[in-house]
Design a protein around this ligand. Structure first.
Ligand SMILES: Cc1cc2nc3c(=O)[nH]c(=O)nc-3n(C[C@H](O)[C@H](O)[C@H](O)COP(=O)(O)O)c2cc1C
Length: 204
């Protein structure tokens, strides 16, 4: 698949079929992930591939609890409940109630430098996550970058045997999508690009 087509049609695919995903596809996707850059080429990442039904069920419970706390009764409820966000809300709500049905959950982790995580740590893991999602798209598989499980970071770490010096950074459900891929909704590029100085825009 052409790279620009993959980028141009990759969006959050939260409704996934339970059909199994082959090891071969998973290796291919993760091999693309680890080609990403990281600070000093430290490659601080690990990826945990979860297919076990009971483990997914437990993660799903934590995720749904986080969803309920954050979006049903929590402070971010208002933002996602705006009319223009209705589609995203419904889709995210669906995922929250069906996370464990995804055939694969991939948890991307990062090794901490010391006791805490540096403010730029994400820059050494999210390029890999993006590679992962684009590679999945090229294989016709849907993904979503999610972080809600972080409400239950300690429980998820314990469940997966993740050591103290490692932190989870993303949880990516992976599977064949029920819906169709399509262009993500974004502001036009001319609105967000400045040339030479802040606020100096150009027409294309
Ligand atoms: C840092 C980050 C955290 C996210 N966390 C979640 C999440 O916990 N649950 C979820 O359903 N989507 C999550 N998303 C997905 C975003 O909602 C999605 O990327 C955004 O709405 C754009 O969707 P689109 O690419 O389909 O247009 C997250 C995305 C990012 C970048």
């Amino acid at each position: 698949m052409d790279m620009f087509e993959a980028i141009g049609t990759q969006r959050a695919m939260r409704r996934l079929k339970p059909d199994p995903i082959s090891d071969e596809d998973i290796w291919k996707i993760l091999d693309a992930a680890i080609k990403a850059p990281s600070g000093s080429n430290r490659q601080p990442w690990n990826f945990i591939v979860v297919r076990d039904a009971e483990t997914k069920r437990k993660i799903g419970e934590y995720y749904l609890d986080a969803w309920n706390k954050a979006y049903v009764s929590g402070p971010v409820q208002a933002a996602l409940r705006e009319p223009r966000m209705a589609g995203v809300y419904r889709s995210a709500e669906h995922l929250a109630h069906h996370l464990a049905e995804a055939p694969v959950l991939i948890i991307a982790t990062i090794r901490k430098d010391g006791a805490s995580i540096s403010p730029t740590a994400g820059a050494s893991i999210y390029p890999a996550v993006q590679n992962l999602m684009l590679a999945a798209r090229a294989l016709g598989l849907g993904t979503t970058l999610t972080t809600l499980h972080k409400f239950h970071e300690e429980e998820v770490k314990q469940l997966l045997g993740i050591p103290e010096e490692v932190e989870t950074m993303a949880l990516i459900p992976l599977g064949k999508p029920k819906g169709r891929f399509g262009p993500p909704t974004r502001l036009p590029v001319e609105k967000v690009v400045y040339w030479e100085k802040w606020d100096e825009r150009r027409e294309r």
